[in-house]
Write a protein that binds this ligand. Structure first.
Ligand code: GRF
Length: 188
């Protein structure tokens, strides 16, 4: 797999991808794309990755990705809606991880702390994360993997967030690797 990782924030999922890349022969991170200067850009540069900061998801970016032979895009805390015109160039090859069990707690405006706050307010007994295919509709693409994380009555939203992120950071790159190897099947 030749990956591009898209970030907008701290890049907390990047180290997990770098680790899997080191341990695998057919899993390379060709570039990190950010839609603004952010912690993820710094992390990627520190790891020696090629980084592109862009705010247009257009032909130029498509050419850049093609030059880098990118075949799979992983959104990793990427907070911009990708235009349908861009998405259609990677059919079934753009993935996102959402920090809750979709279809609950997803959709427009549901990202970051807001997700965990909503989960806590709902009094849910479990949460988790969902890896899904990206389509033009927010958080509605086919689900490819979910993992649950239990919630204790004493957990506040910050604890919930920490617990989800702890699991997600290790699993997300492995799920992507598993997809590439045909070990994880997408739902039809
Ligand atoms: C992850 O929890 C992921 O589910 C969500 O963004 C978080 C990573 O972003 N999409 P960041 O590294 O904390 O900015």
């Amino acid at each position: 797999m030749k990956l591009a990782i898209f970030v907008s924030g701290s890049g907390s999922l990047l180290p997990g991808f770098f680790k899997v890349e080191k341990e695998s022969s057919d899993f390379t991170i060709e570039c990190v794309v950010a839609n603004r200067q952010c912690g993820g850009v710094e992390l990627a540069q520190a790891a020696g990755k090629e980084v592109l900061v862009v705010n247009q998801f257009d032909e130029q970016l498509l050419n850049y990705l093609a030059d880098h032979m990118v075949d799979t895009i992983c959104l990793a805390g990427f907070l911009q809606i990708l235009p349908a015109n861009f998405v259609k160039n990677f059919p079934g090859k753009i993935y996102n991880t959402h920090p809750a069990l979709l279809p609950a707690f997803g959709g427009k405006g549901m990202y970051g702390a807001k997700v965990h706050q909503a989960v806590a307010e709902a009094g849910a007994q479990e949460t988790g994360f969902t890896v899904h295919e990206v389509t033009e509709n927010i958080d509605e693409g086919p689900i490819v993997f979910q993992k649950t994380v239990p919630i204790l009555p004493t957990d506040d939203w910050k604890t919930i967030e920490i617990n989800v992120k702890n699991i997600e950071k290790d699993f997300y790159p492995l799920v992507i690797k598993g997809l590439g190897e045909g070990k994880i099947m997408q739902t039809p």
